[in-house]
Design a protein around this ligand. Structure first.
Ligand SMILES: Cc1cc2nc3c(=O)[nH]c(=O)nc-3n(C[C@H](O)[C@H](O)[C@H](O)COP(=O)(O)OP(=O)(O)OC[C@H]3O[C@@H](n4cnc5c(N)ncnc54)[C@H](O)[C@@H]3O)c2cc1C
Length: 454
């Protein structure tokens, strides 16, 4: 309700994630993103007036129902149907949604259904809608304090006023909401990482074996260092991305009726980076939790300590908001689109590749990260070259060569992260905002990226 910017959104979600309640984080994240944004972005004046004040105040809880038994990753293939009544006053909805967060306690549900069987559309469904039923709680591996239920629609009667936006525009609503949702997931993982690493470092400092703190052992130092590198690099790429998104949003006309549609388009412009933030954040957190438990030894395995439950709860983050496999397909898919529209300097890079490979690196002794910048430039040339080769070999069918598109997505993601880290580290040290240790983080990370690219 305060109309704060997207950078603040990231700071808030990071902070909520440090609260050590992944279940509350789930409830809060659904409420403030996919459960509410479809109304903020696509709702009519009346819909906004009716639903938003209560949702924003937390008096009402929101939920988002896209997934169905036969439509998970292939979300647009849902079978739930909506048919307009003869008098044109209501839609009659039939079908089932599964795995819906906030299901048991929501008052308002954003539901996707096929109008006339094929026009994918979104509706606002009130909890007391006749013919609408909430299923029992699922028994889950983690986030056990959150609610996850199925939803049943048996001739559920939803007034036409509750259609969101337009018939057939459900995909726009679904994907715009997910774009921000998955970005916030990356930011939440970042907050969780910082909290977890602080906990693990304190544990390692306290725990004594062989007469000394285990933090003195070289392998433990290596694990802690890698955790810090992952947190710093995630932080760099996530805040860079949200800065880019906010710059784009700041160019929009706030008084325009299309403001929120334009905001959705601005977010979509950074769909690649958004998917990267989701993958990189969730996979970095996987490392932190796994090696965190290893650092704690048997104590890490005990429920009495916080990492065991965090480990189970965090597992969902590589599955929902588009599984990491789907997000990798999104990255390479959008890059293919850019290549096709000639928005990527592929031809230029290919034309210059021989000259690039034979010229010595740009040495600049006044820049402590000149080697790393050269490494990223080389990585970019290499990845564009490989992308070009792959496109030549497979054309549009490259999208079916998923083992290859995953490798390409990883290259693009690693390079974006390395570049973000290098710029941020250099700027922070130049402006005396950070300890020079961040230069070492950038060096160690870029070395790892270069090796994995090779
Ligand atoms: C606790 C929990 C809460 C949830 N909350 C919500 C919610 O609030 N609202 C909602 O709508 N949904 C929700 N979901 C659903 C969630 O978004 C889906 O589980 C997720 O999208 C994956 O779908 P699926 O489970 O059907 O897996 P599937 O789509 O069957 O995928 C199975 C495997 O195949 C892979 N795969 C699928 N398609 C491809 C492809 N084209 N290329 C490569 N690999 C592929 C996947 O990556 C995955 O590894 C929730 C799920 C859980 C577990």
């Amino acid at each position: 309700g305060l109309d704060l910017d997207k950078i603040t959104t990231v700071i808030v979600i990071e902070s909520v994630a440090t609260g050590r309640s992944t279940s509350f984080l789930t409830t809060f994240s659904v409420q403030t993103a996919i459960g509410m944004l479809p109304i903020v972005w696509f709702g009519t004046k009346e819909q906004k007036e009716k639903y938003l004040p209560k949702l924003v105040a937390g008096e009402w809880i929101g939920a988002y129902g896209l997934t169905e038994p036969s439509a998970g990753s292939d979300a647009l293939s849902g079978k739930t149907k909506a048919v307009l009544t003869e008098d044109g006053k209501d839609y009659i909805i039939n079908g089932e949604k599964i795995f819906i967060s906030n299901g048991a306690w929501a008052n308002v549900y954003i539901i996707f259904a096929q109008v006339d069987g094929f026009k994918f559309s979104a509706f606002i469904v009130d909890r007391d809608t006749p013919g609408f039923e909430v299923g029992p709680e699922e028994k889950k591996m983690g986030i056990k304090g959150s609610s996850t239920t199925s939803l049943k629609f048996m001739d559920a009667k939803v007034p036409v006023e509750n259609l969101l936006y337009e018939v057939g525009k459900g995909a726009t609503i679904a994907f715009n909401s997910l774009n921000l949702g998955r970005f916030k997931l990356g930011a939440a993982e970042l907050g969780g990482m910082k909290e977890t690493i602080t906990y693990i470092i304190n544990y390692a400092l306290d725990r004594k074996q062989f007469g000394q703190s285990i933090s003195n052992f070289d392998v433990i130092k290596g694990k802690l260092a890698q955790m810090v590198i992952l947190a710093y690099t995630s932080d760099s790429m996530i805040y860079r991305t949200v800065g880019l998104i906010q710059d784009e949003i700041d160019t929009l006309d706030k008084s325009s009726e299309k403001y929120y549609l334009d905001m959705g388009a601005a977010m979509e412009k950074y769909a690649i980076e958004t998917s990267m933030a989701k993958i990189y954040g969730s996979e970095s957190m996987t490392y932190v939790l796994d090696e965190g438990i290893q650092t704690m030894g048997g104590y890490g395995f005990m429920e009495e300590y916080p990492l065991a439950s965090a480990y189970r709860s965090d597992r969902i983050n590589r599955i929902w908001e588009g599984s990491n496999e789907i997000n990798r397909q999104i990255i390479t898919g959008y890059m293919m689109k850019k290549a096709l529209l000639e928005n990527l300097p592929i031809r230029e890079a290919i034309g210059k590749i021989d000259a690039f490979l034979t010229k010595p690196p740009d040495r600049n002794d006044t820049d402590p990260l000149w080697r790393e910048k050269n490494a990223v430039d080389t990585g970019k040339q290499m990845s564009l070259f490989l992308f070009h080769k792959a496109l030549n070999e497979f054309g549009q069918d490259l999208k079916h060569e998923q083992q290859l598109t995953e490798i390409l997505a990883n290259m693009f993601m690693e390079l974006f992260t390395a570049e973000s880290t290098i710029s941020r580290a250099k700027y922070s040290v130049d402006t005396k905002q950070a300890d020079p240790i961040v230069l070492d983080i950038a060096r160690a990370h870029t070395a790892g990226v270069s090796l994995s690219l090779l």
